[in-house]
Design a protein around this ligand. Structure first.
Ligand code: C2E
Ligand code: CA
Ligand code: CA
Ligand code: CA
Length: 275
């Protein structure tokens, strides 16, 4: 009777039922959205000390016929859970590679790097490396221009497997950046084991870098760590000149944030230099 009661309660819980229905509807819609080509990549510039654009990060959005432009946080977690992240991730990679190919035809853009976000589920697939290599070959994109952003938790769950995959891709020129650095585990010893080229200071530390001494200390520590390990450091979420100057003073050479440009569709991307 006890367990029946619990089941009954669960089954008739209207909020839970509504959540399940919503989730299923959204999943189905995303499945259709992928098939109907409703996803779009926005690009956010990454700049150097002189505010010159050196690359972009590709950030996915869903141009939904009724809901409008949907932010990734509204569907990426669901896509991770349902496995839709696999076709979605392949789509992102293809579009990003094709964009690199189109940039490679002009001197002004041929050296730009394209960073794509890779989800844990995507990276953990045994076929991950082969899929990336196939995509590079099929599109003709230069692997040296491609950067993959990984998160700490992803690298810590099976570090040996991660090292093997990253090494194989690094051998053809693909580079790796550690996203949201500082927000997860604080084990630093694994950092030097990984074939990484870059750390990204999470925007949660950049936001209050001028007012919160703890955030300032973390930002300085990441910059010093990058220096001693021979890794580049990019600061994300830079919105003010004050934040940029602080980071610059402590050795940061790559910046990303609204101060330099929001994520925009390709037609609105201003790569600078000419003006
Ligand atoms: P993320 O990789 O940490 O991306 C940075 C987020 O910060 C982006 O949010 C970007 O629009 C936002 N941002 C950039 N500069 C500023 C700034 O100056 N101020 C503020 N307040 N925000 C800034 P977005 O585009 O909503 O993406 C959210 C997250 O969704 C990403 O976080 C990433 O984890 C995930 N995501 C986006 N695109 C993809 C994708 O293609 N594949 C996967 N697996 N995840 C993706
Ligand atoms: Ca990222
Ligand atoms: Ca980030
Ligand atoms: Ca994030």
């Amino acid at each position: 009777a006890k367990s029946a009661g619990r089941n009954t309660l669960r089954f008739f819980d209207p909020t839970m039922q509504a959540l399940v229905t919503q989730r299923t509807a959204l999943e189905l819609e995303l499945r259709h959205g992928l098939a109907r080509d409703e996803l779009v990549l926005f690009y956010q510039p990454v700049v150097d000390q002189d505010a010159r654009v050196v690359g972009v990060e590709a950030l996915v959005r869903w141009q939904h016929p009724q809901r409008g432009l949907v932010a990734p946080l509204a569907f990426i977690p669901m896509a991770e859970q349902t496995g839709l992240i696999l076709p979605l991730g392949q789509w992102v990679l293809r579009v990003a590679c094709l964009q690199l190919v189109s940039w490679s035809a002009q001197a002004a853009t041929e050296r730009l790097t394209m960073a794509v976000n890779v989800s844990a589920r995507q990276f953990r697939q045994p076929e991950f490396v082969q899929q990336v290599l196939t995509m590079l070959r099929q599109t003709g994109a230069n692997p040296k221009r491609l950067k993959m952003e990984l998160t700490e938790s992803l690298l810590l769950t099976d570090t040996q497997d991660a090292i093997a995959k990253m090494s194989e891709l690094r051998d053809v020129g693909v580079r790796f950046s550690l996203d949201d650095f500082g927000t997860g585990y604080s084990s630093l010893s694994y950092l030097k084991l990984l074939p990484l080229q870059q750390l990204k200071i999470d925007q949660s530390f950049v936001r209050d870098v001028l007012t919160d001494p703890n955030d300032a200390a973390i930002a300085r520590t990441v910059l010093a760590l990058g220096q001693s390990l021979g890794l580049g450091v990019v600061a994300e979420g830079v919105e003010t000149v004050g934040q940029r100057d602080f980071l610059l003073q402590h050795g940061c050479t790559r910046f990303q944030g609204y101060l330099f440009g929001k994520p925009v569709p390709i037609a609105q991307l201003r790569l600078g230099g000419a003006d």
